[in-house]
Design a binder for this molecule. Structure first.
Ligand code: CDP
Length: 231
């Protein structure tokens, strides 16, 4: 018997490029396992939205760092996924806007922002039982996560999925989306601090030809094996 009760829980890291299906998959995996889902991209988006509202340029390192330090970001389980609050305001919808999406990778390259959010993320995962999705979770934030998945898909397929997801709510063509996704991949992969990278001990899943259900089932199966090992 372990006093802390954490011995039968694990942390699951799901990383990968934009539009690979991480958030849908991570949410469903968490649901099936009774775990908490944490969307770290939403945190970077929340900082980005706040910066845009204050007319702080993403490249203005010092102002951005100072702003991030003043933000209280809360992630609450909502009816359709996760509700995100910044200093008490519900920004769940606003952080998905095109304006935010276009500059979030620039904000995410800021070292202080990454340190602040990374520390928050580690605290949220302290008691285990967490499914966290992002870019650097397995490689940097939770290097000891018991299960790490790197979820990818071709750029074209990822653009198709995103196009369906935003279905007419934003005026952008499929070609534009594919270009923007490729550009975000490039920025995320090439930044100096905690870039998007597949951790050496991560399981790579290419979801180009897989359904969401298939990906979820595969990760849940892997999780159950890890859970049995953790006991
Ligand atoms: O959902 P989508 O794939 O569009 O992206 P997201 O998960 O909401 O993340 C938005 C952006 O935040 C990414 O393109 C990265 O620039 C940044 N991010 C990051 O740097 N590190 C993370 N752990 C999560 C997101």
């Amino acid at each position: 018997m372990h006093q802390d009760g954490d011995s039968d829980r694990i942390n699951i890291a799901i990383d990968g490029p934009a539009g690979a299906g991480k958030s849908t998959v991570a949410r469903k995996v968490a649901e099936q396992l009774g775990f908490i889902y944490i969307d770290t991209g939403a945190m970077y988006r929340a900082v980005t939205l706040s910066a845009l509202r204050k007319s702080i340029q993403p490249q203005d390192r010092d102002k951005l760092a100072a702003l991030a330090a003043t933000l209280e970001i809360e992630m609450l389980p909502g009816e359709n996924g996760q509700t995100v609050l910044v200093n008490g305001e519900d920004v769940t919808e606003h952080i998905r806007s095109r304006e935010v999406t276009l500059v979030v990778s620039l904000v995410a390259a800021n070292e202080t922002v990454r340190t602040i959010l990374g520390n928050m993320q580690r605290r949220l995962a302290e008691r285990k039982g967490v499914v966290m999705d992002g870019r650097d979770i397995g490689s940097h934030v939770l290097p000891n996560a018991e299960l790490k998945v790197f979820l990818t898909a071709s750029v074209q397929e990822r653009a198709n999925r995103r196009f369906k997801e935003i279905a007419g709510t934003q005026s952008v063509t499929l070609e534009q989306l594919a270009q923007e996704i490729a550009e975000r991949d490039r920025l995320d992969e090439q930044r100096e601090i905690a870039p998007l990278i597949c951790a050496s001990d991560a399981i790579v899943m290419d979801s180009t030809a897989m359904t969401i259900q298939e990906v979820v089932a595969a990760i849940v199966k892997l999780s159950r094996t890890k859970l049995a090992e953790a006991k």
